[in-house]
Ligand binder design. Sequence first.
Ligand SMILES: [Zn+2]
Length: 286
Amino acid sequence: MTPLSVFLPFNRECLGSAFVPAKHGVAPPERRGHWLIVQDQGLVVVPDGDRFHAPAGDLPRGLDGAGRTPLWLGTLDGTPCWVVALARDVPIPPGLHRETLIPMQGTRLPDDLLSLGGMALQALWWESTSGHCPRCGAPTERIENEWGKRCPGCRYEHYPHLHPAVIVLVRDGDRCLLTRKASWAPGRYSLVAGFVDNGECLEGAVHREVKEEVGVEVTDVRYVGSQNWPFPSQLMIGFVATYASGEVVLDREELEDARWFPCGELPNRPSRHSIAGFILEHYARP
Ligand SMILES: [Zn+2]
């Protein structure tokens, strides 16, 4: 059976029909429900044995007044979900804990909280970057019941931006071409990846990124899944491609190393939470 990336964390779909996004409709009048409290790419949660859950009911004591007006994200099982940002210097009240949302930092959050937290990060990122018109610089207004913003001056409208990026596993028979950046943890290797350019289709971006980063040509480019990646707002589109020709030549500005590994002897892999981990798990087998 084809493995499904749909249920990776940060994809809203992993919450199933339980989550209804707030795109249309009016925010509930009472600010009660699930609280997605974000501080510095971490989620403030209630520890519960070796598990975590989001604070529920009223905004936890000690945090009222700490953030701006809560954003309504949608409903989970009919209960409203609210997003607030905490400044870095606000202390976490007793009984609560801040857990990182970043997979590479070893998050212990369950997939549902990662997905809700990811949407909270993206909502806050959008709010923090859409306050002024990108065309004329005037302060924008929220379009009623939408995430979009409108400029009262020049009438320009814009909506949350996602940045498409391709990520690709290059295979040649029983070996895989993996890359490593100098900033990564020692020994960690991953896939070729990069943003889609203006005027480019996804397959074109795959061919170009592989050629630019590692110098080889590929063929048989196959889509294998996608993941919304809220750091801060990428849409990762995953492919597997077959090596066609060329010697490996590194782009030294981007990469520290790139080399072929036998499928049975892959090095330190990316997190299982990422589409890179998903592709290596399902498509790099001997
Ligand atoms: Zn404007």
